[in-house]
Design a protein around this ligand. Structure first.
Ligand SMILES: Nc1ncnc2c1ncn2[C@@H]1O[C@H](COP(=O)(O)OP(=O)(O)OP(=O)(O)O)[C@@H](O)[C@H]1O
Ligand SMILES: [Mg+2]
Length: 357
């Protein structure tokens, strides 16, 4: 049984669709991540679940109850906002108590629950401080405690880690995930950071321009992206434009003849991933494609290098070369050969993105 259900939910501002016909079921205890570029409707979706925004169409169901028109304090969703939104004049403990007071719990219960929530996020020793007397990471944990204190049916996290430095972000990621597992919390988190999404989610929802483009596990999205947008947003994608001349035969606009995996004749885009390409000083045998090119640029990234290779005046690819010690990566200006099996490429309709209204 779904703990949270969005049923054809839309939000319009005038004739602008901030969120368009989103349908999503989140199972009990599941950790779902909404992933998409800035402005795609992630926060709007989360706020409709929490009750801060009323949908223009569709329904929100929480723990088997329709809550679409109910205000936030009459539904049991705990939200951590993009900016934390702590009350600056209230202490840590008062901030955490806020949602409980809104729900008119007895004073003794509030005290117990505040202590319990602060203990969960390991801030019990700072209950009397004001937000400005806390570090960014501690403020983030107060916001989390405030959401947990109401014992929510669903925990909503809006880019909860965006104000933290890279190292702290990695630690807090693990902390949130462990706490979520330990409490069995049904969680929806928003991020535009694909690495964060891939490491934390049970399931991902990729959004663009207000619409859901694909829902699935990490492997589904990466190996079987539904469209060009998803292919470019989850993992890294390179796109060669051209046409399928016959099933299995692709010709780029730059004139390269390539082997592809099936495909219907007509204009198309061939998507490749840098880590699926091979590179060598001589033609690569045993691969469906092997093409000569010139190295134009190299980015050294530590664990790997990105080698940018010009294959034709209008076709350039990036090959990711793992760092195995020694000098495996070629030099700028070198002639190299780049190869890949036909099955490493995916074909999409040209343009890929639906027209925006
Ligand atoms: N009150 C409003 N009136 C008009 N347009 C709005 C309103 N609130 C949001 N929008 C628009 O709706 C779209 C979605 O906004 P939303 O805040 O959901 O984006 P987001 O995916 O959370 O982006 P970000 O990653 O930048 O936080 C944006 O184009 C935004 O400008
Ligand atoms: Mg947002």
């Amino acid at each position: 049984m779904a703990r949270l259900r969005l049923d054809h939910v839309s939000k319009r501002y005038g004739d602008f669709h901030a969120v368009r016909d989103v349908t999503l079921d989140v199972a009990d205890g599941e950790f779902v991540v909404l992933l998409g570029p800035s402005g795609c409707g992630k926060t709007t979706t989360l706020r409709m679940i929490a009750g801060f925004i009323t949908p223009t169409a569709g329904g929100v169901h929480l723990a088997d109850r329709e809550v679409t028109g109910l205000p936030p304090w009459k539904r049991n969703a705990g939200m951590v906002f993009q900016s934390y939104a702590l009350f600056p004049h209230l202490s840590v403990a008062q901030n955490v108590a806020f949602g409980l007071e809104m729900r008119r719990l007895a004073k003794a219960d509030i005290t117990t629950r505040v202590a319990e929530a602060l203990k969960l996020v390991r801030l019990d020793h700072l209950a009397g401080r004001l937000p400005r007397q806390l570090s960014g990471g501690q403020q983030q944990r107060v916001a989390l405690a405030r959401a947990l204190a109401i014992r929510p049916d669903v925990l909503l996290l809006d880019e909860p880690l965006s104000n933290l430095d890279a190292k702290l972000r990695q630690e807090v990621r693990v902390e949130i995930r462990e706490l979520q597992r330990q409490l069995g919390l049904t969680t929806v988190m928003v991020t535009h950071d694909q690495e964060e999404a891939l490491t934390m989610a049970d399931r991902l929802v990729v959004m663009n321009e207000g619409s859901v483009r694909q829902i699935g596990g990490q492997r589904d999205l990466y190996e079987r992206p539904a469209d060009r947008f998803v292919a470019g947003f989850v993992g890294r994608g390179m796109f060669l434009t051209g046409r399928v001349e016959a099933p299995g035969r692709f010709r780029t606009e730059g004139g390269l003849a390539l082997a592809c995996d099936g495909g219907a004749s007509g204009p198309a885009v061939l998507a490749l991933r840098p880590e699926r390409l091979e590179i060598g000083p001589a033609p690569l045998s045993g691969l469906d494609n092997s093409l000569p090119g010139t190295v134009e640029f190299i980015s050294y990234l530590g664990a790997a290098s990105d080698v940018h290779v010009r294959l034709s005046p209008s076709d350039r690819v990036i090959v990711q070369v793992a760092n195995r010690g020694g000098d495996a990566a070629p030099e700028i200006g070198a002639t190299v050969h780049v190869g890949w099996p036909a099955t490493a490429g995916r074909l999409f309709a040209p343009g890929g993105d639906p027209p925006s209204l």
